[in-house]
Design a binder for this molecule. Structure first.
Ligand code: TXA
Ligand code: MG
Length: 340
């Protein structure tokens, strides 16, 4: 039976999460409901990964294609080992980066009780141990692995605040736990370890260099990999409702501008990813800036967002990956991304 939290939608903001509220969230998860939960990367839309009703509701609420598998969040490595085969390199990466913004794609253990749609029928599974205390507490209190994609409509910009979730998914979720803004701000680094070479499927705040240093091996390129289809591999992703133009020296008259480092431009239609030119700060503010500028474009009748170049160093690779997807010609449904 689906437990609906309240007949009325959650009111925001609500920065303090009480034990009662956590217990209520755990009950919703247990009953096959869906709860938006803060993680250190972005907000996730969580359901019990062993409960088919909850898992199907995630796909429905996001408008996510059934062929795009979900990340399963667990509390520790022994819980991870229930669902996947953990090779030596996975142990090395887990020891260094878990709990944290790293997802590992591993060979799935068949018959472990996960609902089939979670992995979209693949023989692999994406696992992550989150660091955020609220996400960790929810796994513990719900006593189950949590399937949780980013809590946005499919193809739209990922949420880094509870308000973003509210705007994007609104009453389609049973509860939104508000943990304030996400510290890292872009989704986890995804590394596949189900084959002979580690493959970086999605860059993130843990850099390729850090992964290679930890395993002592070069990571393969996503493009050489045939299957499974990886993260956000559909090129148009993270799309605001207006076109995005990259490598811009400044805004055209009808554009908002997303700067990086020192800039001469000022005004209500200007945001800066990092005035000091720090790639980690840029990652942390990227989605918030895109959400903001999307709303600014609506408010001021602007037609697009111009973005300054961001260097590839460190988390810059991940920032540029998300920006390239934001700039890619939109999917038919991207215009349905809601702006506040
Ligand atoms: O930081 C994050 O990773 C956030 C938080 C909530 O944990 N989650 C997130 O989930 O970004 P999502 O669903 O938006 O992105 C996960 C990506 C998907 O694009 C999916 O294609 C990929 O992970 N994925 C999941 N299972 C996979 C698998 N078995 N093989 C390859 N890719 C997989
Ligand atoms: Mg996503």
């Amino acid at each position: 039976m689906i437990h609906h939290a309240d007949p009325t939608p959650e009111t925001l903001p609500e920065k303090n999460i009480s034990p009662e509220r956590m217990a209520q969230a755990a009950r919703i998860i247990g009953g096959g409901g869906i709860v938006a939960v803060p993680t250190e990367t972005v907000y996730g839309l969580a359901a019990n990964a062993t409960h088919e009703t909850g898992v199907r509701r995630i796909f429905r609420a996001k408008g996510r294609p059934a062929c795009n598998p979900l990340i399963v969040h667990v509390s520790d490595i022994s819980m991870a080992a229930r669902y996947a085969v953990i090779p030596r390199e996975a142990h090395m990466l887990a020891a260094r980066f878990w709990p944290g913004p790293l997802t590992l794609v591993l060979k799935r253990r068949p018959g472990s009780g996960l609902s089939t749609p979670v992995t979209s029928g693949l023989d692999t599974i994406a696992l992550r141990i989150p660091a955020h205390p609220v996400a960790r507490m929810l796994i513990r209190e719900a006593h189950c692995p949590l399937a949780a994609p980013s809590a946005n409509r499919s193809g739209c910009v990922s949420p880094t605040t509870a308000a973003h979730v509210q705007t994007s998914l609104g009453t389609d979720v049973d509860m939104i736990l508000d943990g304030g803004p996400c510290r890292i701000g872009i989704e986890s680094t995804i590394v596949a370890l189900d084959g002979t070479t580690p493959v970086l499927l999605r860059p993130g705040s843990i850099t390729r260099h850090q992964i290679e240093e930890c395993t002592g091996r070069k990571t393969g390129e996503t493009g050489r990999r045939q299957k499974p289809q990886a993260p956000g591999m559909m090129e148009s992703h993270y799309a605001p409702s207006v076109p995005v133009r990259l490598e811009a020296a400044g805004p055209e008259p009808a554009e908002a501008f997303l700067a990086f480092g020192k800039t001469a431009f000022t005004g209500p239609h200007i945001r800066n990813l990092s005035p000091g030119g720090d790639p980690d700060e840029a990652a942390a503010s990227l989605f918030s800036c895109l959400h903001d500028l999307d709303a600014v474009c609506t408010a001021y009748g602007l037609e697009g967002i111009a973005v300054a170049p961001v260097p590839q160093q460190g988390a810059g690779e991940a920032v540029n990956d998300r920006l390239a997807r934001a700039a890619f010609p939109r999917q038919p449904d991207a215009s349905s991304c809601r702006t506040p």
